[in-house]
Structures are given as C-alpha cells and as structure tokens.
Design a protein around this ligand. Sequence first.
Ligand code: ZN
Length: 428
Amino acid sequence: MKTIVTRALPAVLLLAVLWAWRTGGEVPNVGLVSPVYAAPAETLETYTLAPGQTLGGVLSRALSANDQRDFLLAFQEQESPRRLREGTEVTLRWSTSEPRALRGVDVALDADETVRLRRGGAGWQATRVRTPVRVDTVFASGRIASSLWNAVVANEALSELSPADRARLIDALDKIFQWQIDFVRQIREGDAYRFAYELEIRPDGTMRSGRVLAAELVNAGRSYHALYFDPNGDGRGTYYDLDGKSVRRAFLKSPIAFRYRISSRFSNGRFHPILKRWRAHRGVDFAANAGTPVMATGDGVVVRRGRAGNYGNLVEIRHPNGFTTRYAHLSRFARGVSVGSRVKQGETIGYVGATGLATGPHLHYELRLRDQARDPLSIELPAGDPVPRDRWEEWEAQLMPRLALLDRAPRLSPEPARRADGEADGLD
Ligand SMILES: [Zn+2]
C-alpha cells in the first residue's frame, strides 16, 4: 500500500503577514518573536510492508545498492531489519526541489517507537524516536453500587477510554488501595471514589498509558487518600496518604488478584472434609480456577519449592523481620522460581492447583511470624517507608496541588445516592 502527501509551505508565514496587516504593522508588546523559516517542502511516500516484503525491498526502488547497504547498516544499529513485521509503515521523505533526492526514512516499529534515518554528510544516521504524546488529565468520581469495576465501567466521564484502558485504570486503583480495602470483600453499596488520572495520548488519538495522580476512596464512611509522589525522581514513585505515610504494606492482603473467593478462614479448629475430623486451619484458603497466577505477598527469598506432603506443591518465602509465607496445592511453579530466588511483592511464583490434600483447586496461604501461624486477614501488617525526611519539603509543596486535582473531580455528597439507571454517574 502506498500513499503520497506533499507537505504545504507552512501557513505560519501567511498568518504572520496577516497579523502585521491587522495590527497596522505595529509589533505587539509580547516580547521578541523568533523569525519563522519555511522548511524545505517534502513529499512523503508511505508504504505498508506486505507479507514477505522486506525493508530492502521497499528501498530498492529509491536507493542504489551501495546506498542501501549503508542504510541497512545504520538501521541495524537501532533494530534488526528481520524483526520488522507485515504491516510496518515505512515513510520515505523526498525533497521536492530538483534533483529529487531521498532525504530521510521513518520506520514505525510500533505505535510508540520509530527508527528515523536521515542522510547527512557521513552517510545515513539512524536514531530511535519515541512518538510524542500529549498528556491529559481525566477527573472522575462516582458511587459504588456493587463493585468498583462496575462503577468505573459505567462512569460516563471515562467514556473516551477504551475497555482495555478502563481495565488498566481499575487495576491501577485496585493496586493502589489493595492494602486499605479488600475490593472483593469490603466494598459496599454507597462507597464512593474520585480520582485524577493522567493519560498519554498519541497523535492518532490512541492512548499509551496512564498514572493515577491522586485518588480518594470512601469505604463505610471512612476516607482513604492516595497521592502519587516520586521521592527519588526516577519515575518510579509510589502512593502516600495525607500524612506522608506509605499506603503500601509489607504484605499484600491476598496472593491472588481479583477473581477468588475465600473458602476457608484461619481458625484454631474446623472439621476437615477429607480427614473427617476436627483440625485447626492455620491459613486461609482462596478458591480460584486452576492455573490462576499466585503472587508473592511480600519481598523475600524462596526457601522451599517442591512437593511437601499434604501441602502438595509448596513455595515458602522468607521475608524481613521474622515473617514467612507459604503457598500450597500449586499446580505448578512459575518459571525461574527456585530455592534461593529473590522475589518481589506481586511477582508470580506459581499457579493455583489441587496437589496434595485438596478437594478442589484452591490456594492454601499461610503467614507466619517467628514460626507462629497468624491470620493474614486480621494481622496488623508493617507499613512501607513514609516520605523520606530529606524530601519532606518537596512532598508538602506537592500536597495541595495534588489534593486540588481531586477537587476537580465532581464532589461526592455525604449521603449515598442510589441511581436506578446505572452504577455511577460521576456527576453528583
Ligand atoms: Zn487451607
């Protein structure tokens, strides 16, 4: 496929002339305006690689054999030409002045990255260019009637987001508040949320990714805040409450994301369905489909991985401060997880199964402190690091602007307002 576009002379020049004429030739008092130069006009030809077509195949019409070799060498410094797939867009930039010459080539690797080649004095030079994005902030709020998922999906303020982007947003909110609220068990009718969400929008209108800048969740009348702050300035910030305390905890509440049901709680005595006798249950059972990923609930080192009697396939992780966690009945282990492996909170370590003594697929999860089993659902978990002291001033300076972002989302009324026509309207 081939399309040709001739770029017109910049209209800026014409506007500048019109402006001078309208203002009677006087220069408005807005400071010095740098002169506008017209870029040499170009003709663009865009090719889409057909099945089996190579970059060389497209270029053979435009470049001599020597020039093509030079071009491909430059290209290879950024990307292997063999990795280009069918459908890749290749744009040739021709000068319109005679003699017509190929001045540059853009090869779009995907929606976010392009290898840009330009012909200079020393031959072809290639650079990798990230597609520029426009950053927008989306504000939304609403009430929850059944689940955060349904509420956000039905929020009209978010209608411009694709279903995949909404799913990402819900996942982000779930990850932020997972230590404060169990979205499966604790969310109740009348709970409310508001947030400011940063969206990166590509020139073609599709979206790249987003980050929640500030969020508030009201659960059972209690308000939880999470404000983004990047203490190290490396783009990997985290969330803090209004007092600068981390919203993170050393352990996740659940080793399974979203789709699970707690089928058996921690207890000191329960009737065992297979053994037909009373036994203590020193963990929590999460019923989920076989194959559902199981996450390490905290950072640590794997100290056991393998078959362990009634536990079936078991992973045990040692964490700081005397904690250990156990994950039992796994169908299989995640790749790369072995005794001695370091694992991060949220990392997949295995998959739900029914190995060992199990009536059906579920995860038996234990949290132990100094080798004493504790109830992972009720234990007070150690918090993550607060805002570092040497960054406190910066945090305080950002606090009000972040909160102001939340105020741009429509306010939440204190009374639960039930709507018959949907989960949430975002407009209370
Ligand atoms: Zn169990």
